[in-house]
Design a protein around this ligand. Sequence first.
Ligand SMILES: NC(=O)c1ccc[n+]([C@@H]2O[C@H](COP(=O)([O-])OP(=O)(O)OC[C@H]3O[C@@H](n4cnc5c(N)ncnc54)[C@H](O)[C@@H]3O)[C@@H](O)[C@H]2O)c1
Length: 282
Amino acid sequence: MSDSLLNSCETVFVVGCGLMGAGIAQVTAQAGLGVVIYDRTEADLERGKRQITKGISKKNEADQQAILNRITFTTNMNDGKDGDLVIEAVPERLEIKKEVFKQLDSLMKPEAILASNTSSLSIAAIGSVTKRPEKIVGLHFFSPVPVMTLLEIVRGIKTDDTTIKFAEAFAEKIDKKTIVAQDYPGFTVNRVLVPMLNEAAFLVMEGNSPEDIDRGMMLGTNQPIGPLKLADMVGIDVLFHTLVSLYEGFNDSKYRPCPLLRRMVEANQLGKKSGKGFYNYS
Ligand SMILES: NC(=O)c1ccc[n+]([C@@H]2O[C@H](COP(=O)([O-])OP(=O)(O)OC[C@H]3O[C@@H](n4cnc5c(N)ncnc54)[C@H](O)[C@@H]3O)[C@@H](O)[C@H]2O)c1
């Protein structure tokens, strides 16, 4: 079943050539599928191309060339119109995603599946601007895409079984393991992970040291990385905004963002990317 579904998938259209889009293009091309990747400017495409080139640099010359040859970089959306699957990876703002999906719905053939890599927005809301809500699905990759094994498939209220099966077959093709999550804020992984990181931030606010908290969680629960180190890697701003979407999405105080996280965002203390978070990286 999965093979026959994917036999019809030759080209994947990736929209947005940022951190995630470039990673998705890389793993898709590595799996032998053709990729068209779109962004608005040549500079965005160049940055993505550099990321991909670096990502495949350990492969031999011929493999690197074959992977790059399978990827078309473009600033013209029409170049992606023959894709069988679209994966959108533009910024996490509903109005931007809706605009992109409206365009995609009129551009792509009716049988094409349109996926979003959103980490927190509603698949139903994104799908509502299209005439094919049953073919809209979440494909939530984790960063860095070439390294992380999981692909969380998000089933919107109107997503049909064929679309889910297609998503599972695609995941297998690109060597990812899957879970299917229902379309509620945080899906599955962030719903469990993000409150844990938030709780660790509360512990810091109460005077516990990040080193002790991380050491406790690593030695006491066998996690490979402590929650505060992980928060620094994710980005304190990204963590904070995900908490806000859980808090607002469920209207439940158990997701109240730790005030320390808000202060850190205000102070631009965003974790590894800004040089300082719970730890110092300078
Ligand atoms: N960064 C992560 O760890 C992570 C993990 C999982 C999911 N996500 C999700 O992936 C999506 C992309 O995140 P990212 O980290 O790659 O962001 P990013 O800022 O690195 O990339 C976004 C790209 O989209 C482009 N863009 C903006 N508007 C566009 C438009 N209208 N059409 C086409 N391209 C447009 C930008 O030029 C940029 O290259 C978001 O929805 C995010 O929530 C991110």
